[in-house]
Design a protein around this ligand. Sequence first.
Ligand SMILES: Nc1ncnc2c1ncn2[C@@H]1O[C@H](COP(=O)(O)OP(=O)(O)OP(=O)(O)O)[C@@H](O)[C@H]1O
Length: 313
Amino acid sequence: MNSEAVIETRSLSKVYRDFWGRKKVRALNSLNLEVKQGEIFGLLGPNGSGKTTTIKLLLGLLFPTEGTVEILGQPATDVSKNQRIGYLPEESYLYRFLNADETLDFYGRLFNMSKADRRKRTDELLDMVKLQHARKRQLREYSKGMTRRIGLAQALINNPDLVLLDEPTSGLDPLGTRDMKDMILNLRDQGKTVLMCSHVLSDVQDVCDRVAILDGGELKVLGRVDELLKNQGITQIRASTLSEDAIAEVKAVIAKHNNDTIDVDHPVTTLEDLFLKTVRDSADRPGQRYVPPGEDKAAPAESLPASEEAAES
Ligand SMILES: Nc1ncnc2c1ncn2[C@@H]1O[C@H](COP(=O)(O)OP(=O)(O)OP(=O)(O)O)[C@@H](O)[C@H]1O
């Protein structure tokens, strides 16, 4: 196994059989995948493409029909490796009548942590997922966002080296989604390796270093997100806002080298960025609303500060 690889699958296949042992579905077909230490890796694919099957094989919950899986240098079927793995399933399986403290204490016990360690880790994790204020409330009272946060805290109780996240942002509002994405990025900063499955492609694009796309159990795409999304057919030059005259000069220079139409435009920010800015700033801007040029002429329009990203470019 490559020393940097935290996950390595070789010709990994899974065929589900029916009650009588007859072949039913080839859910995964000869998957070769390597996830390196410290990366955030996205496993994507339409419904039924084999993502959950792959996660179950990584966790050792299923046996491969063919091929091998190594996790952190050990065969996936070796249960001792699970001490170093954290898993956030798509559906939460937490006990609804326990509060956050009791939940994390319970899972800490499963990992044989001492009482002092459990207390320290619970404090750290509740800080991280911003649930200190709700630590004594039963989970049945939690909102979807809070439930996802406590789920993440539970997955991290053993301070794992590898974290598997199934739909980490499902059911979260944009603020909760941003927080979750920041927490995932923070895990990478701590040197942990993250593998996440998600159908929310904008979230995947935001946080993942590399992605794999499965379809029908086969690997169709594998690579760095920035490389996969780069449009090599277009050259983009960015500058601070230019005057009409300056734009005409630039166009004339480009036209000498290229006969195609030249597009001149302002970069756009994302809807997420606009939403977060609006919600975060709303307390400081009572009674004010932003209307972009050309919308409601009667409204007291005032400009919202440009996003950092757009301002930089
Ligand atoms: N226990 C099982 N027995 C038989 N077939 C199964 C079983 N589990 C999954 N499958 C089939 O294997 C294929 C892959 O399923 P899998 O759950 O891995 O897909 P997925 O990519 O996780 O889908 P989703 O996005 O809906 O969660 C599907 O055709 C599914 O019906």
